[in-house]
Design a protein around this ligand. Structure first.
Ligand code: AMP
Ligand code: ZN
Length: 471
């Protein structure tokens, strides 16, 4: 029996995992800043969080998962002002898109999705404690965290003490290691904020980005809680600042395990909105890729390794997922008994594959050997299937094993069934539009079907369809 270990960014070591409460894990993932569509780099971070959560459940833990929505910060305010719409209207639009994408990628929803704008009193509470503890101070434009006053600032990001500049301040939410400075907890109202402000005991203004996560994570998960995830870009300053705020206020540990995923890159550069080298999930689907191929691609590289995104890789992932789905479909077709059925051999293969899968994932979610165990199993069973050595009972057993794998991977949840008449009518309509060269209409119908959970693939033999079911 292997033990469950994770690489903890806090110690830069693999550590055996123990939860604070037996059998129960509290998990927080920094959610999206809802000012734009999330790109597939962002979804690498969320699919990683989903893989972690599903595996913890596979291991028998119950998981309480909170993911925030950053619906007030420098970027959301800027976006709303530029469009001349209210912050609420602006952020609700992108929150809706985010939840649609989460569903498309078969990411299990969090238990709570707290919004920053709904937690101002909690943030004010923490800031008041920080002021009382002497680790925060007020200036003319806001309230700042005094990094020199907090022992241990820089532990997560491995900052040198000499990097800490006393008295220098940064008011922006995002900054890099060049500006390790006192950071804003609360920003007093400025005309650029328009009508975005709260009248509070600590003054009229709005929160800094970092305090939002400190307030929302501990409100829903307690302090300390078990695990906190995000992409590596969040280690500094966001997570460093979350630790200093929560520990500076409460005087006790904030989080036991910090897990960070490496970036999804394009031509060796981080996919990001600021570099303009990003694809949204919708961009990729528009090119005819299936959501499960994208999910498979996002999870099939170990989370601490960079993932280089290419459309060739999406195609390869598509073939892999197709072969697994096809394998399950053929297992479903096995009927009756086979004279030479070898149930014992099938059971042995299943036990070996499950053991290999678990041993790999126990080791800091080593995904490659885990997937190898799945594919080897499918390959071996396929040989028995081709030789007519599977009967209905052993086929059902194999499907059960595949479902166990898929409770973690979440990529095989397609169910083929007879085509419903309304779906058929839309597919025919789309075909007619394609023949007439009306690509816009064809794309529109594809999107309508997608919203109904139906994915179309244009294959050589014609249009194939699949219903996507959440597993
Ligand atoms: P943001 O909306 O920018 O706060 O990012 C949301 C999440 O996506 C965070 O966990 C980021 O670390 C993560 N993220 C952003 N860009 C990438 C990328 N190219 N690859 C992997 N994760 C990313
Ligand atoms: Zn956060």
């Amino acid at each position: 029996m292997s033990v469950l270990e994770f690489f903890n960014t806090l110690t830069r070591k693999k550590e055996e995992f123990h939860s604070i409460r037996k059998g129960h894990v509290t998990l927080y993932t920094c959610g999206p800043t809802v000012y734009n569509y999330a790109h597939i780099g962002n979804f690498r971070a969320y699919v990683f969080g989903d893989l972690l959560k599903r595996y913890l459940k596979y291991k028998g833990y119950s998981v309480r998962h909170a993911m925030n929505l950053t619906d007030v910060d420098d970027k959301t305010i800027k976006g709303a002002v530029a469009e001349g719409v209210s912050l609420k209207e602006f952020t609700e639009r992108y929150s809706k898109f985010f939840f649609e994408d989460v569903k498309t990628l078969n990411i299990q929803p969090a238990d709570v999705y707290p919004k920053a704008t709904g937690h101002i009193p909690e943030m004010v509470g923490i800031i008041k404690k920080l002021l009382a503890n002497g680790v925060a101070y007020q200036t003319s434009d806001g309230i700042y965290f005094a990094i020199k006053k907090f022992d241990g600032y820089g532990r997560l990001a491995l900052l040198e003490k000499t990097q800490l500049i006393e008295g220098a301040r940064v008011s922006r939410d995002e900054y890099d290691k060049e500006s390790v400075q006192d950071f804003a907890l609360w920003k007093f109202w400025d005309k650029e904020d328009g009508d975005v402000f709260w009248e509070t005991e600590i003054g009229k203004g709005r929160p800094g980005w970092h305090i939002e996560c400190s307030a929302m994570s501990t409100k829903y998960l307690g302090q300390p809680f078990d695990m906190h995830t995000g992409g590596v870009d969040l280690i500094f300053p966001h997570h460093e600042n979350e630790i200093s705020q929560s520990e500076g206020a409460e005087g006790r540990k904030f989080v036991n395990f910090w897990l960070h995923c490496a970036h999804l890159v394009v031509d060796r550069k981080k996919m990001s909105k600021s570099l303009g080298n990003f694809y949204t999930l919708r961009d990729v689907l528009q090119r005819g890729s299936s959501p499960m191929a994208i999910r498979y691609l996002l999870l099939s590289t170990h989370y601490r390794q960079q993932l280089n995104f290419t459309f060739d890789e999406v195609k390869a992932a598509e073939r892999t997922v197709d072969s697994l789905v096809d394998f399950i479909r053929r297992l479903r077709e096995v009927s009756g008994s086979a004279a030479s059925a070898d149930r014992e051999a099938v059971a042995k293969l299943g036990a070996k594959a499950l053991e290999g899968f678990e041993q790999a994932l126990d080791d800091d979610l080593e995904i490659s050997p885990a997937l190898a165990a799945v594919h080897e199993y499918a390959h071996d069973v396929n040989r028995l299937l081709a030789a007519g050595r599977l009967d209905k009972e052993s086929a059902a057993h194999v499907i059960g094993v595949m479902e166990k794998f898929d409770s973690v991977l979440g990529v095989m949840g397609y169910v083929e069934e007879e085509i419903p008449t309304d779906v058929k009518a839309l597919i025919d309509k789309r075909e007619a539009a394609r023949k007439a060269g009306d690509w816009r209409e064809a794309d529109r119908i594809r999107e309508v079907l997608r919203q109904q959970g139906v994915i179309l693939e244009d294959a050589k033999e014609g249009v194939r369809w699949r219903r996507f079911s959440q597993s």
